[in-house]
Design a protein around this ligand. Structure first.
Ligand code: BES
Ligand code: ZN
Ligand code: ZN
Length: 495
């Protein structure tokens, strides 16, 4: 899809669908030129359909006969508050695409209306909403020629502003590509999205990066040599070969800061011998969504060139039951030297992350962030749309929460209560991989991870809820959402 920004009037645009965003109870001044009679008819229709301009409301009507357009649609933006407007513009982009698809329309023009709405963040948001909604995962379908919208023209009143706003569209497009990469990686079923294929994806991203990104891939033997027995314990039941994927982005701009980002890369989580029930297993191809977010982020780096050096680490493996699988009760020695009693093989994510942390801490990053579809408990706590963040560092947590806010991704802080630390201590080993108590499962998972970060400022994002939409929500259709990419981009490359 091609998004453009131009100075121009909606009624002169040759687009098939004309869009008028409406602030709640404010009227639609741009349409006066259609004549008092037409506006009066809109008023009557709006009244009849209770359209007030509330965010998410739409009012579709046939365009006047003298225009090239087929349809005119009013889309509510809600009240004129900066905080809520960002979400409304995301939603605007989304609903315009949904409508265009329904009407079979290929070209759309959106009148950005009042000058104080023609802001970079709103243009980026409407573009993001549209790009996200125009996504389809249909490579496994015989008929994959589903309707897609071709062009969106964003109309503004000031030519000079248009120039600047084009940069926002460009940025949304770059980030959108990263999000699409992440969504595709997650949506591809696990029989195709193997650890090896994840490693290939990393290599392709590096190849396209003008040498700014390098990748190292370690196989089972190389990981064994490093003592990554926690990671390999998860991998030992899997026939597919595990891969430790290590990407390094070196900023072309001078910087002293290095950040490590670890993504959980369990390409399929059957639970292992602690087998999941059939219903819970159905979506477990999504258990590498953290890894996908890391790769989505890295795909944007050579274009955005953030001023920070970055490590991306993915300990990729399947979690499968087999005659060789790790057993509940087994004790393994992690790369850090700490021993772990494995009591539930379905709590495998933390095992892979523990060794990934130890591996990358050797590079002494200034900050460590991980993204993981780690616990069902986080979905119980925060629902399907909101991810949880836990951190040992206030400033780090704050800055990621701020980035999530400007990216329009929902993130809420959860604690790492000291009083629960004893719950991950084992009688026979240093740690146990499930808590002694079933409550607060996201927190005890976070506390387990904390045992492996030392004093490095660290933040853990549990994305089990929003990574994969089991039903459509917000601007996402069913399936992978690419959650985390936009937050991470804002965090490493925000202005
Ligand atoms: N991959 C799952 C968590 C998950 C659940 C992700 C729902 C996405 C949606 C994870 O490996 C897991 O199975 N966690 C267990 C931990 C338990 C055994 C302590 C869980 O949440 O039940
Ligand atoms: Zn699991
Ligand atoms: Zn898992």
């Amino acid at each position: 899809m091609n998004i453009t920004v131009n100075k121009g009037r909606l009624l002169d645009s040759g687009a098939e669908l004309l869009v008028v965003p409406v602030i709640k109870d404010r009227g639609y001044s741009g349409l006066q030129e259609l004549g008092a009679d037409f506006v009066k008819r809109i008023d009557l229709l709006a009244k009849a359909q209770e359209f007030t301009g509330e965010s998410g409301q739409t009012l579709t009507l046939p365009a006047p006969a003298n225009l090239e357009a087929h349809h005119l649609v009013l889309v509510g933006l809600g009240e004129k508050k900066r905080e809520t407007l960002l979400a409304s513009f995301l939603e605007l982009g989304n609903s315009v695409i949904q409508l265009a698809k329904k009407l079979g329309v290929r070209t759309v023009a959106i009148d950005l209306g009042a000058k104080d709405l023609q802001l970079p963040e709103f243009v980026e948001a409407v573009s993001t909403g549209a790009l996200t909604a125009n996504y389809a995962f249909d490579v496994y379908k015989k008929d994959n020629s589903k309707h897609k919208v071709g062009d969106i023209d964003l109309l503004v009143t000031d030519g000079r502003a248009a120039l600047n706003l084009r940069k926002s569209v460009e940025r949304a497009t770059i980030v959108g590509e990263g999000v699409t990469i992440a969504r595709d990686l997650v949506n591809v079923p696990a029989h195709d999205m193997t650890p090896e294929r994840l490693a290939q994806a990393a290599e392709e991203i590096a190849k396209a990066s003008d040498k700014l990104i390098k990748v190292k891939v370690l196989d089972r033997a190389a990981c064994a040599k490093l003592g990554m027995n926690a990671f390999l314990a998860v991998a030992q039941g899997a026939e597919r070969e595990p891969k430790l994927i290590h990407l390094t982005y070196t900023s072309p701009k001078p910087t002293k800061k290095t950040v490590a980002i670890v993504g959980k890369g369990v390409t399929f989580d059957s639970g292992g011998l602690s087998l999941k029930p059939a219903d819970s297993m159905m979506t477990m191809k999504c258990d590498m969504s953290g890894a996908a977010a890391v790769l989505g982020l890295f795909a944007t780096l050579s274009k955005l060139k953030p001023r920070v050096n970055l490590h991306g680490v993915i300990a990729a493996t399947e979690n499968m039951p087999s005659g060789n699988a790790i057993r509940p009760g087994d004790i393994i020695k992690s790369m850090s030297g700490k021993t772990i009693e494995i009591l539930n093989t379905d709590a495998e994510g933390r095992l892979t992350l523990a060794d990934a942390f130890t591996y990358i801490l050797r590079e002494k990053p200034d900050q460590l962030v991980d993204l993981a579809t780690l616990t069902g408990a986080c979905v119980v706590a925060l629902g399907e749309e909101v991810a949880g963040i836990m951190s040992n560092d206030r400033a780090l947590a704050r800055s990621i929460l701020n980035s999530a806010k400007s990216a329009g991704e929902k993130l809420w802080e959860l604690p790492l209560p000291d009083c629960y630390r004893s719950q991950v201590k084992s009688d026979v080993a240093d740690l146990r991989n499930i808590a002694t108590n079933r409550w607060g499962g996201s927190l005890t998972a976070g506390l387990f991870l904390q045992e492996f970060v030392g004093t490095t400022p660290w933040a853990h994002l549990d994305i089990a809820g929003p990574a994969f939409a089991e039903r459509p929500f917000s601007i996402y259709q069913k399936g992978a959402t690419g959650y985390g990419v936009r937050t991470l981009v804002d965090w490493v490359a925000g202005e």
